[in-house]
Design a protein around this ligand. Sequence first.
Ligand SMILES: Cc1cc2nc3c(=O)[nH]c(=O)nc-3n(C[C@H](O)[C@H](O)[C@H](O)COP(=O)(O)OP(=O)(O)OC[C@H]3O[C@@H](n4cnc5c(N)ncnc54)[C@H](O)[C@@H]3O)c2cc1C
Length: 497
Amino acid sequence: MKIAVIGSGVGGLTAALLLRRQGYEVELYEKDAKVGGRLAFEEDGTGRFRVDQGPTIVLLPELLLDILEEAGVPRGEIELLRIDPLYDFYYPDGSRWTKWQDAGQQERIMEAAYPGGGEDFRRYMQDMEGLFDYGFQAFLSRTFDGPRSFLTPANLAFLLRSRAYRGLRPWTADYFRKERIRDAYSLQSLYIGGSPQQSPALYGLIPYSEHKHGIWYLKGGYGTLAATLERACRAAGITLHLETPVDRVLTESGRCTGIECGGQRIGYDAVVYNGDYPGLSSLLEGGRAKRRSYVPSSGCLLVYLGLDRRWENAGAHQFFMPDRHMEHMRDVFRRGKLSAAPSFYAFNPAAVDPDAARPGESVLYFLIPVPADEDLDWDGEGAELIESVLERAEQLCFPGLREAIRWRRVRTPRDAARAGLYRGGSFGIAPVLRQSGGFRPQVKPLPVDRLYAVGASVHPGGGIPIVMQGARLLGRLIEKELGSCWKPALPLSAKRS
Ligand SMILES: Cc1cc2nc3c(=O)[nH]c(=O)nc-3n(C[C@H](O)[C@H](O)[C@H](O)COP(=O)(O)OP(=O)(O)OC[C@H]3O[C@@H](n4cnc5c(N)ncnc54)[C@H](O)[C@@H]3O)c2cc1C
Protein backbone atom coordinates (compact mmCIF):
# COMPACT_ATOMS: atom_id res chain seq x y z
CA MET A 1 0.00 0.00 0.00
CA LYS A 2 1.26 3.45 -0.88
CA ILE A 3 0.69 6.57 1.19
CA ALA A 4 1.47 10.17 0.24
CA VAL A 5 2.30 12.67 2.99
CA ILE A 6 1.81 16.32 2.00
CA GLY A 7 4.19 18.51 4.02
CA SER A 8 7.37 17.76 5.93
CA GLY A 9 6.71 19.56 9.21
CA VAL A 10 7.50 17.56 12.32
CA GLY A 11 4.04 16.01 12.02
CA GLY A 12 4.57 14.91 8.42
CA LEU A 13 8.07 13.56 9.02
CA THR A 14 7.06 11.63 12.14
CA ALA A 15 3.93 10.26 10.47
CA ALA A 16 5.98 9.17 7.44
CA LEU A 17 8.44 7.29 9.66
CA LEU A 18 5.77 5.61 11.76
CA LEU A 19 3.80 4.57 8.67
CA ARG A 20 6.93 3.25 7.01
CA ARG A 21 7.64 1.13 10.05
CA GLN A 22 4.13 -0.26 9.76
CA GLY A 23 5.19 -1.45 6.30
CA TYR A 24 3.54 1.09 3.99
CA GLU A 25 5.36 2.59 1.02
CA VAL A 26 5.59 6.28 1.88
CA GLU A 27 6.34 9.28 -0.33
CA LEU A 28 6.63 12.74 1.16
CA TYR A 29 5.92 15.96 -0.78
CA GLU A 30 7.31 19.28 0.44
CA LYS A 31 6.75 22.61 -1.33
CA ASP A 32 9.93 24.15 0.12
CA ALA A 33 13.54 23.28 -0.66
CA LYS A 34 14.10 21.81 2.80
CA VAL A 35 12.18 19.73 5.31
CA GLY A 36 11.01 20.79 8.78
CA GLY A 37 8.45 23.55 8.24
CA ARG A 38 8.42 25.64 11.42
CA LEU A 39 11.19 23.45 12.83
CA ALA A 40 14.01 25.40 11.23
CA PHE A 41 17.02 27.66 11.71
CA GLU A 42 17.42 31.29 10.81
CA GLU A 43 20.94 31.76 9.42
CA ASP A 44 23.07 34.75 8.41
CA GLY A 45 24.32 32.96 5.26
CA THR A 46 28.03 33.18 6.14
CA GLY A 47 28.08 30.38 8.70
CA ARG A 48 28.80 32.81 11.55
CA PHE A 49 25.34 33.09 13.13
CA ARG A 50 22.56 30.52 13.32
CA VAL A 51 19.62 30.44 15.72
CA ASP A 52 16.40 28.47 16.00
CA GLN A 53 13.68 30.10 13.93
CA GLY A 54 10.65 28.74 15.83
CA PRO A 55 10.63 26.16 18.63
CA THR A 56 13.18 26.65 21.43
CA ILE A 57 11.57 25.10 24.52
CA VAL A 58 11.64 21.31 24.71
CA LEU A 59 8.77 20.05 26.87
CA LEU A 60 7.66 16.49 27.65
CA PRO A 61 11.08 14.99 26.86
CA GLU A 62 10.02 11.40 27.54
CA LEU A 63 7.11 11.66 25.13
CA LEU A 64 9.43 13.10 22.48
CA LEU A 65 12.09 10.40 22.93
CA ASP A 66 9.52 7.64 23.10
CA ILE A 67 7.88 8.60 19.82
CA LEU A 68 11.26 9.12 18.14
CA GLU A 69 12.27 5.64 19.22
CA GLU A 70 9.01 4.23 17.93
CA ALA A 71 9.74 6.02 14.64
CA GLY A 72 13.19 4.43 14.44
CA VAL A 73 15.39 7.21 15.87
CA PRO A 74 17.40 5.74 18.77
CA ARG A 75 17.49 7.73 22.01
CA GLY A 76 21.28 7.94 21.75
CA GLU A 77 20.94 10.20 18.70
CA ILE A 78 19.22 12.92 20.70
CA GLU A 79 21.13 14.87 23.36
CA LEU A 80 18.87 16.81 25.70
CA LEU A 81 20.26 19.31 28.22
CA ARG A 82 18.21 20.22 31.27
CA ILE A 83 17.48 23.90 31.86
CA ASP A 84 17.12 24.79 35.53
CA PRO A 85 16.19 27.41 36.65
CA LEU A 86 13.46 27.17 34.06
CA TYR A 87 13.36 30.89 33.29
CA ASP A 88 13.44 34.38 34.74
CA PHE A 89 10.84 37.14 34.71
CA TYR A 90 12.05 40.72 34.44
CA TYR A 91 9.76 43.59 35.48
CA PRO A 92 9.94 47.30 34.56
CA ASP A 93 10.83 48.25 38.17
CA GLY A 94 14.05 46.25 37.81
CA SER A 95 12.88 43.33 39.95
CA ARG A 96 13.34 39.73 38.85
CA TRP A 97 11.56 36.49 39.72
CA THR A 98 12.83 33.01 38.92
CA LYS A 99 11.01 29.74 38.34
CA TRP A 100 12.76 26.48 39.22
CA GLN A 101 11.86 23.01 38.13
CA ASP A 102 12.27 21.55 41.61
CA ALA A 103 8.95 21.85 43.46
CA GLY A 104 10.62 22.28 46.88
CA GLN A 105 12.80 25.10 45.62
CA GLN A 106 9.82 26.72 43.90
CA GLU A 107 7.77 26.46 47.07
CA ARG A 108 10.42 28.52 48.90
CA ILE A 109 10.40 31.12 46.13
CA MET A 110 6.61 31.34 46.35
CA GLU A 111 6.67 31.69 50.12
CA ALA A 112 9.13 34.54 49.71
CA ALA A 113 6.74 36.19 47.22
CA TYR A 114 3.97 36.42 49.87
CA PRO A 115 3.15 34.63 53.13
CA GLY A 116 1.19 31.48 52.30
CA GLY A 117 2.54 31.39 48.75
CA GLY A 118 4.32 28.10 49.43
CA GLU A 119 1.11 26.43 50.61
CA ASP A 120 -0.78 27.81 47.57
CA PHE A 121 1.85 26.32 45.28
CA ARG A 122 1.68 22.91 46.99
CA ARG A 123 -2.09 22.83 46.53
CA TYR A 124 -1.67 23.84 42.87
CA MET A 125 0.83 21.05 42.18
CA GLN A 126 -1.37 18.44 43.90
CA ASP A 127 -4.46 19.42 41.91
CA MET A 128 -2.50 19.60 38.67
CA GLU A 129 -1.15 16.09 39.11
CA GLY A 130 -4.68 14.65 38.93
CA LEU A 131 -5.55 16.96 36.06
CA PHE A 132 -2.46 15.93 34.11
CA ASP A 133 -2.95 12.19 34.56
CA TYR A 134 -6.59 12.30 33.53
CA GLY A 135 -6.08 14.92 30.82
CA PHE A 136 -3.26 13.02 29.15
CA GLN A 137 -5.21 9.77 28.98
CA ALA A 138 -8.58 11.24 28.09
CA PHE A 139 -7.56 13.98 25.67
CA LEU A 140 -4.06 13.36 24.33
CA SER A 141 -4.09 9.60 23.91
CA ARG A 142 -7.02 9.26 21.54
CA THR A 143 -8.79 10.77 18.58
CA PHE A 144 -12.45 11.69 18.56
CA ASP A 145 -15.24 11.01 16.07
CA GLY A 146 -16.70 14.38 16.96
CA PRO A 147 -17.91 16.36 19.94
CA ARG A 148 -20.06 13.46 21.21
CA SER A 149 -17.18 11.08 21.71
CA PHE A 150 -15.34 13.93 23.46
CA LEU A 151 -18.13 14.98 25.77
CA THR A 152 -18.57 11.59 27.43
CA PRO A 153 -20.13 11.52 30.92
CA ALA A 154 -16.67 10.79 32.40
CA ASN A 155 -15.00 13.67 30.55
CA LEU A 156 -17.84 16.04 31.38
CA ALA A 157 -17.67 15.07 35.06
CA PHE A 158 -13.92 15.63 34.99
CA LEU A 159 -14.23 19.04 33.30
CA LEU A 160 -16.92 20.15 35.75
CA ARG A 161 -15.06 18.85 38.79
CA SER A 162 -11.74 20.41 37.80
CA ARG A 163 -13.37 23.45 36.18
CA ALA A 164 -10.73 23.08 33.49
CA TYR A 165 -13.19 24.52 30.93
CA ARG A 166 -12.72 27.97 32.49
CA GLY A 167 -10.16 30.42 31.15
CA LEU A 168 -6.64 29.60 32.28
CA ARG A 169 -5.83 33.05 33.72
CA PRO A 170 -9.02 33.36 35.82
CA TRP A 171 -8.51 29.77 36.94
CA THR A 172 -5.07 30.53 38.39
CA ALA A 173 -6.79 33.05 40.70
CA ASP A 174 -8.14 30.03 42.62
CA TYR A 175 -4.55 29.27 43.59
CA PHE A 176 -2.39 32.38 43.59
CA ARG A 177 -3.00 35.69 45.30
CA LYS A 178 -0.55 37.84 43.31
CA GLU A 179 -1.22 39.10 39.82
CA ARG A 180 2.36 38.52 38.75
CA ILE A 181 2.23 34.88 39.81
CA ARG A 182 -1.09 34.38 38.02
CA ASP A 183 0.63 35.76 34.91
CA ALA A 184 3.57 33.43 35.46
CA TYR A 185 1.30 30.36 35.59
CA SER A 186 -0.92 31.26 32.65
CA LEU A 187 1.29 32.84 29.98
CA GLN A 188 2.22 29.32 28.79
CA SER A 189 -0.93 29.27 26.64
CA LEU A 190 1.09 31.67 24.48
CA TYR A 191 3.46 28.79 23.66
CA ILE A 192 0.66 27.51 21.46
CA GLY A 193 -0.68 30.92 20.48
CA GLY A 194 -3.59 30.96 22.92
CA SER A 195 -4.97 33.80 24.99
CA PRO A 196 -4.41 33.15 28.73
CA GLN A 197 -7.89 34.56 29.31
CA GLN A 198 -9.72 32.38 26.77
CA SER A 199 -7.71 29.16 26.54
CA PRO A 200 -9.30 26.54 28.78
CA ALA A 201 -7.53 25.83 32.06
CA LEU A 202 -6.81 22.37 30.67
CA TYR A 203 -3.75 24.03 29.09
CA GLY A 204 -2.52 24.65 32.64
CA LEU A 205 -0.96 21.23 32.03
CA ILE A 206 1.89 23.12 30.36
CA PRO A 207 3.15 25.13 33.38
CA TYR A 208 2.61 22.07 35.57
CA SER A 209 4.64 19.95 33.17
CA GLU A 210 7.51 22.43 33.31
CA HIS A 211 7.92 21.56 37.00
CA LYS A 212 7.10 17.87 36.65
CA HIS A 213 9.06 17.00 33.48
CA GLY A 214 11.36 20.00 33.11
CA ILE A 215 12.40 22.25 30.27
CA TRP A 216 15.13 20.92 28.03
CA TYR A 217 17.33 22.07 25.22
CA LEU A 218 18.18 19.93 22.22
CA LYS A 219 21.95 20.15 21.78
CA GLY A 220 22.68 22.11 18.61
CA GLY A 221 19.19 23.70 18.65
CA TYR A 222 15.65 22.32 18.17
CA GLY A 223 16.12 22.86 14.42
CA THR A 224 18.59 19.94 14.30
CA LEU A 225 15.63 17.60 14.83
CA ALA A 226 14.51 18.29 11.24
CA ALA A 227 17.81 16.95 9.88
CA THR A 228 17.64 13.95 12.23
CA LEU A 229 14.16 13.10 10.99
CA GLU A 230 15.17 13.63 7.36
CA ARG A 231 18.10 11.23 7.76
CA ALA A 232 15.83 8.65 9.35
CA CYS A 233 13.31 9.03 6.49
CA ARG A 234 15.96 8.50 3.84
CA ALA A 235 17.42 5.51 5.72
CA ALA A 236 13.95 3.98 5.97
CA GLY A 237 13.45 4.24 2.20
CA ILE A 238 10.91 7.07 2.25
CA THR A 239 11.00 9.07 -0.99
CA LEU A 240 11.26 12.82 -0.38
CA HIS A 241 10.04 15.13 -3.14
CA LEU A 242 11.37 18.59 -2.23
CA GLU A 243 10.24 21.78 -3.97
CA THR A 244 7.14 19.89 -5.02
CA PRO A 245 3.93 21.62 -3.93
CA VAL A 246 0.84 19.44 -4.04
CA ASP A 247 -1.92 21.31 -5.90
CA ARG A 248 -4.85 18.95 -5.42
CA VAL A 249 -6.01 16.09 -3.28
CA LEU A 250 -7.99 13.71 -5.50
CA THR A 251 -11.19 12.03 -4.35
CA GLU A 252 -13.69 9.69 -5.97
CA SER A 253 -17.00 8.50 -4.52
CA GLY A 254 -16.13 9.66 -1.01
CA ARG A 255 -12.64 8.17 -1.02
CA CYS A 256 -9.25 9.82 -1.41
CA THR A 257 -7.44 8.35 -4.40
CA GLY A 258 -4.24 10.40 -4.74
CA ILE A 259 -2.76 13.79 -5.39
CA GLU A 260 -2.00 16.14 -8.23
CA CYS A 261 1.22 18.11 -8.52
CA GLY A 262 2.85 19.82 -11.46
CA GLY A 263 -0.11 18.83 -13.64
CA GLN A 264 0.44 15.13 -12.90
CA ARG A 265 -2.14 12.94 -11.14
CA ILE A 266 -0.57 10.28 -8.94
CA GLY A 267 -2.60 7.51 -7.32
CA TYR A 268 -2.17 6.56 -3.65
CA ASP A 269 -4.03 4.27 -1.29
CA ALA A 270 -4.17 7.02 1.33
CA VAL A 271 -3.09 10.65 1.75
CA VAL A 272 -1.95 12.47 4.89
CA TYR A 273 -2.15 16.28 4.88
CA ASN A 274 0.42 18.10 7.07
CA GLY A 275 0.02 21.68 5.81
CA ASP A 276 -1.74 24.05 8.22
CA TYR A 277 -5.16 22.34 8.38
CA PRO A 278 -7.42 25.16 7.13
CA GLY A 279 -5.42 25.04 3.86
CA LEU A 280 -6.71 21.55 3.06
CA SER A 281 -10.09 22.79 1.78
CA SER A 282 -8.44 24.67 -1.09
CA LEU A 283 -6.73 21.43 -2.26
CA LEU A 284 -9.88 19.35 -2.33
CA GLU A 285 -11.67 18.91 -5.63
CA GLY A 286 -15.15 20.25 -5.99
CA GLY A 287 -15.08 22.05 -2.63
CA ARG A 288 -15.71 18.84 -0.69
CA ALA A 289 -14.81 20.56 2.52
CA LYS A 290 -16.71 23.76 3.12
CA ARG A 291 -14.31 26.57 3.86
CA ARG A 292 -14.76 26.94 7.58
CA SER A 293 -13.65 29.94 9.54
CA TYR A 294 -11.43 29.37 12.55
CA VAL A 295 -10.01 31.52 15.32
CA PRO A 296 -6.33 31.90 14.44
CA SER A 297 -3.61 31.66 17.07
CA SER A 298 -1.62 34.74 17.93
CA GLY A 299 1.08 35.92 15.56
CA CYS A 300 4.71 36.58 16.44
CA LEU A 301 7.01 39.46 15.76
CA LEU A 302 10.39 37.72 15.81
CA VAL A 303 13.83 39.27 15.93
CA TYR A 304 16.94 37.16 15.42
CA LEU A 305 20.29 38.68 16.34
CA GLY A 306 23.95 37.75 15.94
CA LEU A 307 26.15 39.61 18.44
CA ASP A 308 29.84 39.95 19.17
CA ARG A 309 29.28 39.66 22.88
CA ARG A 310 28.10 37.07 25.41
CA TRP A 311 26.06 37.65 28.59
CA GLU A 312 27.20 35.26 31.29
CA ASN A 313 24.50 36.27 33.80
CA ALA A 314 21.49 35.79 31.54
CA GLY A 315 19.67 32.44 31.42
CA ALA A 316 18.55 30.55 28.32
CA HIS A 317 14.90 31.63 28.58
CA GLN A 318 13.49 34.84 29.98
CA PHE A 319 10.22 36.71 29.98
CA PHE A 320 10.05 40.48 30.11
CA MET A 321 6.79 41.54 31.69
CA PRO A 322 5.19 44.97 31.47
CA ASP A 323 3.27 46.49 34.38
CA ARG A 324 0.01 45.30 32.83
CA HIS A 325 0.51 42.01 31.02
CA MET A 326 -3.23 41.46 30.58
CA GLU A 327 -3.55 44.77 28.74
CA HIS A 328 -1.03 43.44 26.23
CA MET A 329 -3.05 40.23 25.94
CA ARG A 330 -6.23 42.24 25.24
CA ASP A 331 -4.39 44.15 22.50
CA VAL A 332 -3.30 40.86 20.88
CA PHE A 333 -6.47 38.82 21.21
CA ARG A 334 -9.31 41.36 21.33
CA ARG A 335 -8.30 44.75 20.03
CA GLY A 336 -6.03 43.43 17.27
CA LYS A 337 -3.41 46.13 17.73
CA LEU A 338 0.24 46.44 18.64
CA SER A 339 0.88 47.20 22.30
CA ALA A 340 3.10 50.06 23.34
CA ALA A 341 4.31 48.02 26.33
CA PRO A 342 4.23 44.35 25.43
CA SER A 343 5.43 41.26 27.28
CA PHE A 344 8.09 39.44 25.32
CA TYR A 345 10.35 36.39 25.44
CA ALA A 346 14.10 36.18 24.86
CA PHE A 347 16.09 33.06 24.03
CA ASN A 348 19.81 33.02 24.77
CA PRO A 349 21.03 29.54 23.76
CA ALA A 350 24.69 30.20 24.65
CA ALA A 351 23.62 30.05 28.32
CA VAL A 352 22.99 26.31 27.98
CA ASP A 353 25.11 25.44 24.94
CA PRO A 354 28.46 27.25 24.63
CA ASP A 355 28.66 26.05 21.01
CA ALA A 356 25.54 28.04 20.06
CA ALA A 357 27.91 30.72 18.71
CA ARG A 358 31.65 31.32 18.39
CA PRO A 359 33.56 32.06 21.62
CA GLY A 360 32.79 35.58 22.82
CA GLU A 361 29.80 35.83 20.47
CA SER A 362 26.16 34.89 20.85
CA VAL A 363 22.81 34.70 19.12
CA LEU A 364 19.58 35.97 20.63
CA TYR A 365 15.95 35.50 19.62
CA PHE A 366 13.16 37.81 20.75
CA LEU A 367 9.50 36.88 20.38
CA ILE A 368 6.76 39.48 20.84
CA PRO A 369 3.19 38.12 20.77
CA VAL A 370 1.16 40.19 18.28
CA PRO A 371 -2.22 39.86 16.54
CA ALA A 372 -2.38 37.41 13.64
CA ASP A 373 -2.79 40.14 11.06
CA GLU A 374 -0.75 40.45 7.90
CA ASP A 375 -1.92 43.99 7.33
CA LEU A 376 -0.69 45.78 10.43
CA ASP A 377 2.07 48.32 9.81
CA TRP A 378 4.96 45.91 10.31
CA ASP A 379 7.55 48.11 8.61
CA GLY A 380 6.69 51.27 10.54
CA GLU A 381 4.93 50.58 13.84
CA GLY A 382 6.41 47.06 14.01
CA ALA A 383 9.96 48.34 13.59
CA GLU A 384 9.42 50.95 16.34
CA LEU A 385 8.11 48.27 18.64
CA ILE A 386 11.22 46.17 18.05
CA GLU A 387 13.45 49.12 18.99
CA SER A 388 11.58 49.68 22.25
CA VAL A 389 11.77 45.97 23.08
CA LEU A 390 15.52 45.82 22.48
CA GLU A 391 15.97 48.92 24.62
CA ARG A 392 14.02 47.33 27.50
CA ALA A 393 15.98 44.06 27.16
CA GLU A 394 19.23 46.05 27.23
CA GLN A 395 18.25 47.96 30.36
CA LEU A 396 17.03 44.94 32.30
CA CYS A 397 19.18 42.00 31.23
CA PHE A 398 21.56 42.46 28.28
CA PRO A 399 23.75 45.56 28.85
CA GLY A 400 25.32 46.86 25.63
CA LEU A 401 22.92 44.78 23.52
CA ARG A 402 22.24 47.18 20.64
CA GLU A 403 25.87 48.10 20.18
CA ALA A 404 26.87 44.43 19.91
CA ILE A 405 24.49 43.58 17.05
CA ARG A 406 26.31 42.31 13.95
CA TRP A 407 23.42 40.56 12.20
CA ARG A 408 19.66 41.01 12.46
CA ARG A 409 16.61 39.44 10.83
CA VAL A 410 12.92 40.01 11.49
CA ARG A 411 9.88 37.85 10.78
CA THR A 412 6.30 39.09 11.02
CA PRO A 413 2.83 37.54 10.61
CA ARG A 414 3.11 38.57 6.97
CA ASP A 415 5.95 36.03 6.56
CA ALA A 416 3.94 33.42 8.45
CA ALA A 417 0.95 33.90 6.11
CA ARG A 418 3.25 33.62 3.08
CA ALA A 419 4.56 30.34 4.48
CA GLY A 420 0.96 29.05 4.51
CA LEU A 421 0.02 29.54 8.18
CA TYR A 422 -3.65 30.35 8.69
CA ARG A 423 -4.16 34.13 8.70
CA GLY A 424 -0.55 34.64 9.78
CA GLY A 425 -1.02 32.96 13.17
CA SER A 426 2.23 31.27 14.19
CA PHE A 427 0.88 28.23 15.96
CA GLY A 428 -2.06 26.85 13.99
CA ILE A 429 -5.66 27.51 14.93
CA ALA A 430 -6.09 28.89 18.45
CA PRO A 431 -6.52 26.59 21.44
CA VAL A 432 -9.91 28.04 22.44
CA LEU A 433 -12.46 25.60 23.90
CA ARG A 434 -14.44 25.28 20.69
CA GLN A 435 -11.24 24.33 18.81
CA SER A 436 -9.88 21.93 21.45
CA GLY A 437 -10.23 18.18 22.05
CA GLY A 438 -13.14 16.77 20.08
CA PHE A 439 -13.92 20.22 18.65
CA ARG A 440 -10.53 20.47 16.88
CA PRO A 441 -10.05 19.00 13.39
CA GLN A 442 -9.23 15.34 13.92
CA VAL A 443 -6.67 12.97 12.44
CA LYS A 444 -9.49 11.81 10.16
CA PRO A 445 -10.94 15.23 9.63
CA LEU A 446 -13.62 14.78 6.96
CA PRO A 447 -16.10 12.15 5.80
CA VAL A 448 -13.63 11.18 3.06
CA ASP A 449 -12.14 7.71 3.38
CA ARG A 450 -8.36 7.41 3.41
CA LEU A 451 -7.74 11.11 3.87
CA TYR A 452 -5.94 11.97 7.10
CA ALA A 453 -4.36 15.04 8.70
CA VAL A 454 -1.60 15.76 11.17
CA GLY A 455 -0.04 18.97 12.48
CA ALA A 456 -0.45 21.80 14.94
CA SER A 457 -4.01 22.70 13.85
CA VAL A 458 -5.17 19.11 14.21
CA HIS A 459 -5.97 17.34 17.49
CA PRO A 460 -4.19 17.02 19.93
CA GLY A 461 -2.67 20.40 18.93
CA GLY A 462 0.53 22.40 18.68
CA GLY A 463 4.03 22.11 20.12
CA ILE A 464 6.59 19.60 18.87
CA PRO A 465 5.91 16.62 21.18
CA ILE A 466 2.14 17.09 20.92
CA VAL A 467 2.23 17.23 17.11
CA MET A 468 4.34 14.05 17.23
CA GLN A 469 1.74 12.48 19.48
CA GLY A 470 -0.79 13.38 16.77
CA ALA A 471 1.37 11.49 14.25
CA ARG A 472 1.31 8.51 16.58
CA LEU A 473 -2.50 8.62 16.82
CA LEU A 474 -2.62 8.89 13.03
CA GLY A 475 -0.40 5.82 12.60
CA ARG A 476 -2.64 3.80 14.89
CA LEU A 477 -5.80 4.88 13.10
CA ILE A 478 -4.39 4.10 9.65
CA GLU A 479 -3.28 0.70 10.84
CA LYS A 480 -6.76 0.07 12.19
CA GLU A 481 -8.50 1.24 9.02
CA LEU A 482 -6.12 -0.06 6.36
CA GLY A 483 -4.46 -2.94 8.18
CA SER A 484 -0.76 -3.24 8.77
CA CYS A 485 1.52 -3.94 5.82
CA TRP A 486 4.34 -4.84 8.12
CA LYS A 487 7.04 -6.86 6.42
CA PRO A 488 9.48 -8.93 8.50
CA ALA A 489 12.44 -7.43 6.59
CA LEU A 490 11.80 -4.05 8.24
CA PRO A 491 13.40 -3.76 11.71
CA LEU A 492 10.88 -3.04 14.43
CA SER A 493 11.65 -0.35 16.98
CA ALA A 494 12.72 -1.56 20.40
CA LYS A 495 9.65 -0.27 22.13
CA ARG A 496 6.02 0.26 21.21
CA SER A 497 3.39 1.50 23.55
C1 LIG B 1 7.86 31.24 16.67
C2 LIG B 1 7.48 29.86 17.11
C3 LIG B 1 7.92 29.40 18.33
C4 LIG B 1 7.58 28.10 18.73
N1 LIG B 1 8.07 27.63 19.91
C5 LIG B 1 7.87 26.34 20.25
C6 LIG B 1 8.55 25.79 21.37
O1 LIG B 1 9.34 26.46 22.03
N2 LIG B 1 8.34 24.47 21.65
C7 LIG B 1 7.51 23.68 20.89
O2 LIG B 1 7.37 22.48 21.19
N3 LIG B 1 6.86 24.19 19.82
C8 LIG B 1 7.02 25.49 19.49
N4 LIG B 1 6.42 26.00 18.37
C9 LIG B 1 5.39 25.19 17.67
C10 LIG B 1 5.98 24.17 16.72
O3 LIG B 1 6.97 24.76 15.94
C11 LIG B 1 4.85 23.66 15.82
O4 LIG B 1 3.77 23.17 16.59
C12 LIG B 1 5.29 22.53 14.88
O5 LIG B 1 6.56 22.77 14.33
C13 LIG B 1 4.25 22.40 13.78
O6 LIG B 1 4.54 21.29 12.95
P1 LIG B 1 3.55 20.80 11.83
O7 LIG B 1 3.68 19.33 11.72
O8 LIG B 1 2.18 21.35 12.06
O9 LIG B 1 4.13 21.35 10.47
P2 LIG B 1 4.62 22.76 9.89
O10 LIG B 1 5.82 23.18 10.61
O11 LIG B 1 3.48 23.70 9.76
O12 LIG B 1 5.06 22.29 8.43
C14 LIG B 1 4.13 22.02 7.41
C15 LIG B 1 4.90 21.76 6.13
O13 LIG B 1 3.98 21.49 5.07
C16 LIG B 1 4.44 22.11 3.89
N5 LIG B 1 3.29 22.26 2.98
C17 LIG B 1 2.16 22.96 3.21
N6 LIG B 1 1.33 22.86 2.15
C18 LIG B 1 1.94 22.08 1.24
C19 LIG B 1 1.59 21.61 -0.07
N7 LIG B 1 0.41 21.92 -0.65
N8 LIG B 1 2.46 20.82 -0.73
C20 LIG B 1 3.67 20.48 -0.16
N9 LIG B 1 4.05 20.91 1.07
C21 LIG B 1 3.20 21.69 1.75
C22 LIG B 1 5.03 23.42 4.37
O14 LIG B 1 5.93 23.97 3.45
C23 LIG B 1 5.72 22.98 5.67
O15 LIG B 1 7.05 22.58 5.46
C24 LIG B 1 6.76 27.28 17.92
C25 LIG B 1 6.31 27.76 16.69
C26 LIG B 1 6.68 29.03 16.28
C27 LIG B 1 6.23 29.51 14.93
